[in-house]
Design a protein around this ligand. Structure first.
Ligand SMILES: [Zn+2]
Ligand SMILES: [Zn+2]
Length: 320
């Protein structure tokens, strides 16, 4: 079953693209808690207007999208009631997620709790709130802080206890310089921690790998060979790295026979990209990026495998 907010859904009945990392309810980068701590006013977010998000999600449905995984949780001001409304009124399945984002967003109690205690809390919340994934689980800089390492371990434990899939966030900056630079192997280090915590690699997606300028997709290939999904989940964000480079990396990845390990999404978090504002909308992975892959020679059958079959397998769990 895929655990959506409204009901458990047999994966085979979701007969169209699934976007595994988007944001339909988020305040970023300045959340309420961070604004309060800094004595600044709470900024407006594009997703505050839930009617608008219903309309935009419905439009993504018209573009062919059948299911969207929201990558937020409370420390990103994700509003579960808003997601439920969007799911009920848009006709698009919504999977909500649990977890913690990155060091600067952590509530104070992360510092004093053990990984085991955090895992218990994550598993309990997931059951109580019908969460269908843990994500996005992130790190602020190129190297995990002690607290971030603890959260990654806790999420691995919670994955093993619930079966729910996990997806991650890292700090890769693509063609832009970072100071200090983000190590190329940051994604591999995340997997090291998740594996050590007992996570099932078949339900792990290491995210933002498309934000690493790695023309031959060497890091992506190393990840896939360890059994995980590789998230090319910031498609359309050309300011980090142009989509043409993402297409070239995907071709190298597919050439290596790793099609079963690829997931696509756009990490939608920018009001300017809404259809209302003249942007491509939440379905841009399907309407704008997939056609680039098709033009580069990727067949319709392969595209369907990447957009439909792979995320079904990633999300499908035995209900708990
Ligand atoms: Zn992210
Ligand atoms: Zn995200």
């Amino acid at each position: 079953m895929i655990r959506t907010l409204l009901k458990d859904v047999p994966p085979g009945t979701i007969d169209g693209p699934i976007l595994f990392h988007e944001h339909l309810s988020i305040r970023y980068p300045l959340t309420k808690a961070l604004a309060d701590a800094q004595g600044r006013p709470v900024p407006v977010s594009f997703s505050d207007d839930v009617d608008l998000m219903v309309a935009e999600t419905k439009a993504a449905g018209a573009d062919g999208v059948r299911c969207i995984v929201d990558g937020g949780h409370p420390d990103m001001d994700r509003d579960l009631a808003a997601l439920k409304r969007i799911a009920a009124e848009s006709g698009v399945h919504i999977v909500a997620s649990g977890g913690f984002y990155m060091q600067r967003n952590y509530p104070a109690e992360i510092a004093t709790r053990s990984a085991d205690q955090i895992a218990d809390e994550l598993a309990r919340d997931a059951r109580a709130q019908r969460l269908g994934a843990f994500g996005e689980i992130g790190q602020q800089g190129g190297v995990l802080t002690d607290d971030e390492r603890k959260v990654f371990t806790a999420v691995a434990l919670a994955q093993a206890r619930t079966g729910l899939p996990v997806f991650t966030h890292n700090a890769y900056t693509g063609v832009r310089a970072a100071n200090p630079p983000v190590p190329m192997d940051a994604a591999l280090k995340q997997l090291d921690v998740l594996e050590a915590g007992g996570a099932d690699v078949k339900h792990v997606a290491i995210g933002h790998v498309c934000c690493l300028d790695d023309p031959k997709a060497e890091i992506a290939r190393q990840l896939a060979k360890r059994g995980v999904f590789v998230g090319f989940d910031r498609v359309g964000i050309n300011a980090i790295i142009p989509d043409e480079k993402r297409v070239a990396m995907i071709l190298a990845f597919l050439e290596a026979g790793l099609v079963d390990h690829l997931l696509l999404s756009s990490d939608f978090a920018n009001g300017r990209s809404l259809k209302k504002n003249g942007g491509p909308g939440i379905g841009l992975t399907v309407t704008a990026f997939a056609p680039m892959l098709a033009k580069a020679g990727v067949s319709d059958a392969t595209l369907r495998h990447i957009l439909v079959d792979n995320p079904r397998r990633f999300l499908a769990v035995v209900p708990i």
